[in-house]
Ligand binder design. Sequence first.
Ligand SMILES: Cc1cc2nc3c(=O)[nH]c(=O)nc-3n(C[C@H](O)[C@H](O)[C@H](O)COP(=O)(O)OP(=O)(O)OC[C@H]3O[C@@H](n4cnc5c(N)ncnc54)[C@H](O)[C@@H]3O)c2cc1C
Ligand code: FES
Ligand code: FES
Length: 503
Amino acid sequence: MTPATLQSHLPKTSDEIRFILDDKVHTVRGGDPTTTLLNYLRYDLERTGSKEGCAEGDCGACTVVVGTLKGDRVEYRAVNACIIFLPTLDGKELLTVESLKARGGSLHPVQAALVETHGSQCGFCTPGFVMSLYALYLKGKVPSKSEIEDALAGNLCRCTGYGPIIEAANLMFELGASELPEMGKKVSALKAIARTDTLAITGKSILTGGEKRYFAPVSVDALAALAEENPIATFLAGGTDVGLWVTKMHKELSTVIYVGDVAELLEITETKDAIEIGASVSYTDAMGLLGKYYPDMGEIVRRLGSVQIRNSGTLGGNIANGSPIGDGPPLLIAAGAKLVLRKGGDERTILLEDYFIAYGQQDLAPGEFVSRIIVPKPHQHLTFAAYKLSKRFDQDISAVCAGFGVTVEAGKVTAAKLAFGGMAATPKRAANAEAALVGNSWDKATIQNAMAVMKDDFTPLDDMRASAKYRSISAANLLMKMYLESTGDTATRVVGEKEAAHA
Ligand SMILES: Cc1cc2nc3c(=O)[nH]c(=O)nc-3n(C[C@H](O)[C@H](O)[C@H](O)COP(=O)(O)OP(=O)(O)OC[C@H]3O[C@@H](n4cnc5c(N)ncnc54)[C@H](O)[C@@H]3O)c2cc1C
Ligand code: FES
Ligand code: FES
């Protein structure tokens, strides 16, 4: 953009954070814009029910529920207050464990169920469990076993054990199914604080006193203009990486541009041939459509982090951070995904695999941002499979993550994309193994050849997640697993894998 057009696209701003808390508009002015919601609750509002266990999104002790206006309804979701920044609450409704107490003295059915089933001992984890269960309760229907297990995968309890807590989840609706919010009232309250301009906050760092700036534009043009004007700003989406830079690494982020309110980046659209996912779409919102066309991809996203992480985290952030161990890139590369990048008024589209240049180096210019991801729909000859190897089934980073897209026509492989995370300094395709497949029969001998040459594709590392040897052997074995599954053989499946997927 020229300076004159840039100026005309720079948005009107306001500097007041407004959200609904206990049915009232809560307003915040000034302060450090990278203050976490948890610190604000505990230190400023003295709402100390939400606990800090890990300050990195792992334990769930800080779980709160956030309501977001979606058309004519409010969507309530559990998130980790310890890693989200306070200003991201602007325009939303916040419910903390204290909000349940405000309902008039008696225990909420979720709390009563936990008491009834002896679901709490030392109690440190309990407010977090209450809020995760409360988010499940707000869905308004008795949850299935797998929904309960998913909902609790991001909450750790050291002393009670999960049996009684799961029992409480089964019991909560029996103790009162009518305690659901009045939707009309909630929608009106959120519409009244909906923003049409950019939130722009200037505050002082609580650590150094230095100036910090935070922008939350609501349109992609405003975002593009702000990004060009502040080329060294840190983009913030779900904050499931960026939040930890502040809570664990004590990084001072002097300028933050929040992309989570940008309407165009929150869109998911389906065309005849592709799914287009805006960079700010949460995993939770993306997994339905991804899972419809690529069931394996939906299943891996279901295992990514926890419900709280998936409610905040985005595929856009997972790609943009350039991590070699992110789960999204290998799966999307195998599906042939493209990335749309925008800088100023210009957009360019690249193959997702070309975005990752080297460790810590991506094809992203200063002031440029990820706009959306285009995932082609699978064609009739494509066999697609995805696998995640990690020490725990849920809420764990992969040692190896694999996405395989193989086209087989008349018994012969005509195209192959075998993409891996955890095997190199970037998400990477196995070029030698792919070459060993293409042009050959889709049979065991071809797979064995491809497995043998895969050793030339990667020199993985030893680290705390896995040894280099484990990574090499298991990456090759996953290809055989895919082949066996494609022939209908399910003997290689581990308990919980795939069968755990639910609609
Ligand atoms: C407890 C926990 C468990 C996790 N488990 C997993 C897991 O199982 N698998 C996995 O892959 N990851 C996991 N993660 C990592 C994390 O959830 C992902 O990397 C996530 O996708 C990041 O997305 P975000 O929206 O939170 O990004 P943010 O943290 O907001 O941003 C991440 C990076 O992307 C940049 N960015 C964000 N949006 C844009 C944009 N539109 N354009 C340009 N740059 C942008 C940011 O500046 C930053 O560099 C976990 C994290 C936590 C805390
Ligand atoms: S304090 Fe552990 S997830 Fe927030
Ligand atoms: S009751 Fe003690 S940690 Fe859960």
